[in-house]
Design a protein around this ligand. Structure first.
Ligand code: ADP
Length: 479
């Protein structure tokens, strides 16, 4: 691998010869190898402009995405490669990593084993172990079919652990009776009842307030809104770095409202079989409509919404058009009481058509947490554990650039260590501040810095419409 001076020289050479494809490709590969993921992504993109059909570049771009946890974008980048039979086995492994990131263990396993059967040298022990581990329930996955629902649990028995399927007490008397879930043929997503509410989302006061006004008030006070000719419904695009809490927030919004929650991962929709994705998408909207009020959450929407012009496959284009049609609703009232929340780590890939009025027209930035928010997240994550006196502020101070998901990693790691010690000691030993501080040392924060670098590029160079103004103060700060 090149040292930093060598890399700098390569960057300089590429800057001087922007059309030299092998040079750019080499630079991109070196950046990827050294972990400069945002920069590698930008280089691969630039190379893709020069050679739009180059499989190596597409795979490199996808790897940069996977390593930034942008699994949806990775799958979108891999889609043209996976569509041709005999794609390189390495590409299959990459797809498996992205699918696993999306929580789709079944398809990840299929891709992985198919790739390794063609070329055993692409095997990856770590990935194989994760694929064969007993499935941990992950939000956004499609659980196996639930057995018939017992009367006390009207939402079926396939609740992920930590989820309560008891109907929540509606906050201020919702306009609709709490529905029993109505299944829809062809919809792979499940109707959930979220027991989270905004009290379970630490920090993010501005974001919660904005969602309250945009989503919750119109549903909670429909008469008032009707008086001004406004209906409940509509869409919000949550965007921000991976792990900052977009999914958590969407789930909490559903709980706050006493609405059903339908969580649709990209894998649920981008079905491998042409035709069934359209049916699945239609059925998913139908599922939300029959279970209104409902928060219909689309994760990694960038994969579906990647600029349509980038898409070579008519199939994907068709799917995007259908998504837009479903958002618009067949008639005026079709989506009343259906709140579409979409999340993306890469809002710049989301077609402007998605942001037209009545669609996902309200972008909301979910920022990385500041120290106070980090302390609040840590407090929340530790609340059910045996605790010594804790100084969460001290941990917050040493976890610069950590997002909610990273902090969860810190707490999980500290708990694991504590559990081992407790087993040896034969008694529970409470978790303490030094435990969290030690765990924080061993957890690497995910890609906030890289994300901000990418965001800065877009904000500075493609912000003609002012769409990313909200990001300006963030990208100007030092990361
Ligand atoms: P994203 O959807 O933005 O990638 P997630 O919502 O999946 O991120 O966040 C990962 C995890 O981090 C959540 O399941 C939750 O445990 C934790 N988390 C993130 N943000 C918060 C927050 N503000 N308060 C409490 N927990 C949070």
């Amino acid at each position: 691998m090149l040292d930093d001076a060598g890399l700098q020289a390569l960057r300089e050479a590429a800057r001087l010869s922007p059309d030299n494809l092998p040079l750019r490709q080499h630079l991109a590969g070196q950046l990827l190898a050294k972990g400069y993921l945002g920069e590698a992504e930008a280089e691969y993109r630039a190379a893709l402009v020069l050679a739009p059909k180059d499989a190596g570049i597409m795979a490199g771009l996808a790897e940069a995405f996977v390593r930034q946890s942008a699994y949806g974008a990775a799958l979108a980048a891999l889609e043209p490669l996976l569509a041709s039979p005999g794609y390189p086995p390495k590409v299959g492994v990459l797809a498996a990593r992205a699918l696993l990131g999306e929580g789709d263990t079944a398809r990840a396993g299929y891709r992985y084993h198919e790739a390794v059967s063609r070329d055993p040298s692409v095997g990856d022990a770590d990935l194989a172990a994760r694929l064969s581990a007993p499935p941990t329930p992950t939000y956004g996955t499609t659980p196996p079919p639930a057995p018939p629902a017992p009367p006390a649990s009207p939402y079926g028995a396939s609740a992920p652990s930590g989820q309560s399927y008891a109907a929540p007490v509606p906050p201020t008397g919702p306009a609709y009776a709490t529905p029993a879930p109505t299944p829809v043929d062809g919809a792979t997503a499940e109707v959930e009842r979220s027991k989270l509410n905004f009290a379970d989302v630490a920090g993010m006061e501005a974001v919660k307030e904005s969602l309250r006004v945009k989503l919750l008030l119109p549903i909670q006070q429909p008469d008032l809104f009707a008086a001004y000719g406004k209906r409940a419904g509509g869409g919000v695009l949550l965007y921000g770095p991976p792990g900052a809490g977009k999914t958590h927030l969407a789930r909490a919004a559903a709980g706050e409202l006493g609405a059903s929650f339908v969580n649709v991962g990209l894998a649920d929709i981008l079905d491998m079989y042409i035709g069934s994705s359209e049916r699945n998408l239609r059925a998913t909207f139908e599922l939300a409509r029959r279970n209104r009020p409902c928060v219909l959450f689309f994760d990694e929407v960038d994969a579906l919404a990647a600029r349509r012009s980038d898409m070579r496959q008519a199939h994907t284009r068709q799917l995007v058009n259908q998504f837009l049609a479903e958002l618009d609703g067949v008639d005026q009232n079709a989506n009343e009481g259906v709140l579409v929340l979409a999340a993306t780590n890469a809002p710049w890939y989301v077609d402007v058509a998605f942001r037209r009025p009545g669609r996902l027209d309200q972008p909301v930035f979910v920022p990385p947490p500041d120290p106070a928010a980090r302390a609040a997240i840590l407090r929340l994550l530790c609340r059910d554990k045996p605790l010594a006196e804790m100084d969460f502020d001290a941990v917050a101070r040493v976890t610069d650039h950590f997002v909610g998901a990273d902090l969860k990693g810190v707490v999980d790691r500290a708990v694991e260590v504590k559990l081992q010690q407790s087993i040896s000691a034969g008694r529970p030993i409470p978790l303490s501040t030094p435990d969290l501080l030690a765990a924080a040392q061993s957890v690497r924060p995910t890609a906030v810095r890289e994300w901000m670098a990418t965001a800065r590029n877009y904000v500075m160079h493609s912000n003609d419409s002012g769409a990313w103004d909200e990001l300006l103060p963030w990208v100007k700060a030092k990361w």
